[in-house]
Each structure stands twice: as structure tokens, then as C-alpha cells.
Design a protein around this ligand. Sequence first.
Ligand code: 3NM
Ligand code: MG
Length: 577
Amino acid sequence: SPKQWHDADYCTLYLVTDSTPAILGLGPGPTTEREKEDKLCATVEAALRGGATCVQLRDKDGDTAALVRTARRLHAIARRFAVPLLINDRVDVALAVGCEGVHVGQDDLDLATARKLLGKYKIIGVTVSNVEEMQAAVEGGADYLGIGTVFATPTKENTKSIIGVDGLQQILLRIPAESPVKTVCIGGINATNTSRVVWQSSNPAGAGHSLDGVAVVSAIMGAADPEAAARELLRLVKTPPAFAPRHFLSTSAAQAQEPEEASTDPDPDPEAKATAILARVPDLVRAVDAQRPLSHNMTNLVVQNLAANVALAVGASPIMANYGEEAADLAAIPGSALVVNMGTVTPDGLANYLRALRAYNDAGRPVVFDPVGAGATAVRRSATKTILGGGYIDVLKGNQAEILSCIAATSLDPNASSSKAPQQRGVDSGPGDGDVQKLGAAIRDLATLRKNVVVMTGKTDYVTAAGSGGGAVLAVDNGHEYLGMVTGTGCCLGTTISAYVSAVTAAGSQGSESSAGDSRLAAVVAALLHYNIAAELAAERDDVRGPGTFVPAFLDELHNVRKATVRGDFGWLSRAK
Ligand code: 3NM
Ligand code: MG
């Protein structure tokens, strides 16, 4: 029937063609139009054998006659695979060849006119890069949206905005759930990021839309073996990434109680949630002690020594390794976790972080990101955005200014980005009473968007996790002012969190998203309590007279709290506030 495409999953692996000789693997010598066309058709046919579900002919500078001829050939090929052929921008070409529809960008023919010319049964896709464009396209009756540009790509350098996976999610979440529109994302999508992007862009029923698939140019058109490339991308679209929910505490008691907690408590009040988490803390301390997780720190020179000692004191095994090349080997070690601390960012450092982030994502091991000074300079704002877009981060930890900078970096609203981002003050200060509600909502939104845990530190620390029932924001009110008088204590908290999150992360097991969120939330709360209560105990010691004598006492108490807990003595936990 003429409506058949509207029920088909043509968006799963959407191929956009490119006729530049370099991408097609032709040249460097002169190539004829005929050679280009033959190579294009052969590449598309190979991609279809590999499983591409849609083909868009995109040629911004071909002559109309050549374009129509190529389109006719591609249409004949696509038909053999029962896949629709769409034409970029050129409604006249689509009408001339009688193919299945068009794709229009924001600067192309408008949707209403295209619809009038093509009729209601043709497929019309629209490029959108923000919520307003999405709403106009959905209301105008677009059949699918091409959402982008997700990542910067050499294939199209004049793109309007790089929206990242966060921007993509913000658009998806705002699509009316009842709308039949389909969605693909585009821009820099390839085999290294496909399954992550698809997973991060999936949403529960009723909450906006989930991404239907990915659109690629170079990942297939530029591949040496386009058939194999398409087959692999199709597999990746359908495969959750290695780090998709796999967090639980591997004690039988915690496992038994967890699914129940998640299913019977869809909107828990924070009080009940805090009590349930508190009850799990001793097991979590013991899990770290027993598992001795490898905490791989990519951190600044100032804190290397202290962070390594803190890792040892809480029961982890530290390695300070800033060279990204080492990350794949370290990520392969059972129980490893990565801390990326942007304390002293450089171009080299950034490349190393991204490499390590990818290695840990691929291995399914957890990552803690500490965006130190995120709002302080233009370089740091940009680095923050790059790291947030460069992979999946399990726990995002920062002070108020840093977390607000992360929110600005992930926002689609240009007014909220860089120029209006909060200026870092360099001190770790908490919100005023009036701001708590607003900040709580902001970090809950950020955690939901990123499917992760967000920790905002200050005099009171606030923690929230995606997928944990109603998304409670928990406050931890422990600690001591000496922590603020010693350099690196914020960074070392990131190290401690990595050890705890590692202890609830089992390789290769997939739990529900909701219980995964609960376990990570509990792990982060346990880390905060262990760390901050040890600081209180240290500061109260007779031999501690100031920040200098505090440091060794703090290491002692981090160690003592762990040892006491392993012995079955968790009196220290009665200090939890
Ligand atoms: N449109 P690659 S990005 C054709 O953002 C196109 O609208 C974009 O190429 C948009 O898969 C893009 O090689 C190019 O990164 C995507
Ligand atoms: Mg266009």
C-alpha cells in the first residue's frame, strides 16, 4: 500500500550518500562522472547487503540531469532490498524518479510546500537541531526528524550547532509521546559511538521519544568494506553498550532486596530512600575492602600523592596514569574504575582523557568525571563539553559552579551556554537555602538526561541518580572545614567514589535501569559518608591542631573506618546526617 513506509523501521540504519571522490575512495587523479556514479551505486548496494534500512541521495553540487540519472539507478537498487530512497533537498528530482520521498534541511524548501508537492504518502524528513525546529517539523507533519549535528564531523563542516548526546536527548524528551514521527541522529556517528548514542537516547514509555536509529555518511560511504561496515553498525544499533545497567552489590542480601525496592517504590520519598541506602553502607564498605578496586586516576600533579594515599586508605588500589594509551589495558583489569580529573587541562591531556573514557566505556567499567574549574576559562568550558560528549560518564562530581557549568555546556539554549555560564569562584561553597529546590531539580534533570549519577559538593553534598524511582535528591551533611583548607580533598573524593562505584559494577551483567540507579546512588552515598565522617573523626582528634596535622589523621581515619566496618563495628555511621 502507499502507506507501507510509515509502519516500517526504515530509520534504523539510515545511509546518506556522498559523491566526493575522496570519501568514495577514488582519486587522487581525475575521475569521470560515470566512475563516481558507478562507485556510488556499488557502495550503496554493498551497504544494503549489509542491512542499511534507508538511502538518502545527497549531492549538493551535481547537475540536475546527472542527479536524476543517479537517483534512477539508486532507486532500482534500493527497491531490490525493499528500502526507501529519499532525495536530499530536491523535490523535483524525487518527483522525476518517483522515489519514496525527500529530506529537507532548515534552509531547503519548506515542509508545507514539499508536502503539497509530494502528497501525503511520501516520506518527508526534516533536519532539526533544537526544540523549536523539532516542534515546527512535528506540527507540520514531518515523517521523521534528522537530529543533529551530534558530533563535529569533517563530512559537513558548515553545521549550525554541535548538540551532543545531551542536546539530542533534550529534543527527544520534548517530542509529544503520541506523535508518530520517527527519529534518527546524524553527525559523527560511527562504530565507536553508535551503541552508546542509541542507548543514551532511549527513553521510558511515555517520556518523549526514543531514538529510532542512526544516520551516517562517512562510516559507510568511506569504509573500505561498506557491507561489513553497515552490518556492524546495524548490530551496534541493536546492542546495548558494555556499560548499560550492570550495577549491583554482589552480596546475596542486597541482590535479594533490590528488585523489590525498585518495583514497589516508583516515587520514593527521600527519607525512606535515605534509610534504605544507609542500611546498605556497611556492605558497601566491606565490598570495597574485599574487592580492592583499581582506581585509575588521570589527575593533576598537585593531588597525585594524596589521591593515591586516599585510595589505599579506603581500600582501593591506586594507579596514577595520565597516558591514554595505557587505558585499554587498565580497563581490562577486573574491578577497575577511571577518574578523569580536569585539574590541569591541556590539549594532550584532553586527547588522553577521551581515549581513556572510550576504553572504559568499551570495557563496561565505570567512569567518574570531576570537571575541576569547569566554568573558569573558555578552554575549560570547551573541554567540559568535549568530555561530556566524548563518552558515558557514570558519576559526574563537582561543586556548585562546576555542575552549573556542566548544565550550561549541555544546554541547547544558546543563552545558557558559555557566555552566561557561572564564573568559577575557586571555593567550594554550598547553595543558599532558597536555591536548594532549584538546584535539586537542575541536578535531577542532568542525571536523567545523562542516565547517570550527579554529585554536587559543598558544605552539604547533594546526590541524585537517574532511574532511581522518582529521582530523589539526597543531601549528605557530614564533613569538616579542614577539608576545605587542604588542597586536593575534592579530587580525592572522586577517587573514593570510583572505588565504591566499581564495587557495585559487575562486568557483563545487565540489571534493570532502576535498580542500577539505586545501586550507584547507594555507592556514591557510602563514599560520601565514609569520606566525610572520617574527616570529622580526624578533626576531633587531640593530636590534630590544624590542616597540616589533619591530613595524616584523615588518612588514618579513612583506614580506621574501613577496618572497623570489616570487623562489624559501624558506630561511625551513627554520625550520618
Ligand atoms: N547533515 P558523517 S551532519 C549530511 O547536522 C549531514 O544536519 C548533518 O556525516 C546535520 O556521518 C551531516 O560522516 C554529515 O559524520 C554527517
Ligand atoms: Mg540539507
